[in-house]
Design a protein around this ligand. Sequence first.
Ligand SMILES: C[S@@+](CC[C@H](N)C(=O)[O-])C[C@H]1O[C@@H](n2cnc3c(N)ncnc32)[C@H](O)[C@@H]1O
Length: 309
Amino acid sequence: MSEGTPIQNAGRPGTRGEDRVWTVLELLRWTTDYFRRVGIETARVDAEVLLAHALETERLRLYVDYEKPVLVAERDRYRALVMRRAGDRVPVSQLLGEREFWSLPFRVSSDVLTPRPETETLVEAALGKVAAMEGDSGRTIRILDIGTGSGAIALSLASELPHAEITATDISEPALQIAAENADHLHTRERIRLLVGDLFSPVASERFDVIVSNPPYVARSGAASLPPELSHEPEMALFAGVDGLDVIRRLVAEAGDHLSPGGWLLIELSPEQVDVVEQELLNAGFVDLERHFDLARWPRVVGARRRAE
Ligand SMILES: C[S@@+](CC[C@H](N)C(=O)[O-])C[C@H]1O[C@@H](n2cnc3c(N)ncnc32)[C@H](O)[C@@H]1O
């Protein structure tokens, strides 16, 4: 654009950018181009979401308001967001402080992993297991979510399963604080137990019907090639040793002692880890192994059952 820029110059006295009136569409075009130049793949969507946030409106509303001029104060708010997105590569979810998961609004911060759409595969798989168990017995089903982070999995399950007993753990206290806030916000606080500690240590002598986990599973060996946005999420939520399997191996080794006979273990992982993890499950005595696929058709969750006695 030739007449200054809406981002660098906006609001600064004496600059051409301030003199110029920018419409919604012009701002979106300029920012999309800027984001593309710095390597942000989701350039247009990010521009729209951030502008809608700065204007305190819905994203779809922007399409109706394309020709509307944006006030200087609004443009200043937008500029601050755009600079953090492009400069520090802060993820949009953290700029907004919120991400939708399972059609529910989850508060997120740099203390938790932003819930990913593929994790809904794990929620779906768990609901399938619970439905079969409830149908079999009519009893209260006990569910454990290891490494709950924002609470995405546990609270989505709580929203669907009013009669289940749900426990969620995390090694990170700040993450559990966010999970507690989300539980309050989603009116499920009284239905969920949040415990801090390493894997099964907070539930040492307890057994569950379904254990779910989306543990850290990124390989340290590939860290250099990861998108810069990941540096804004906690290391402990992402990395698990050289091959990414340190936490999953421990989960598989210890889960049997915390499952009721016939209970299910469901673990999210990276598709290339499936074969190794299935072998670990078989070695640990699990049966009835199954794979669940995400929307991109990648095997994203492995399920296995503790032998019924
Ligand atoms: C990939 S994140 C998943 C967060 C959330 N469940 C989700 O799906 O969006 C992994 C979580 O596991 C927690 N974590 C890592 N190591 C752990 C351990 N040894 N014991 C318990 N939690 C752990 C991290 O703090 C982080 O919140």
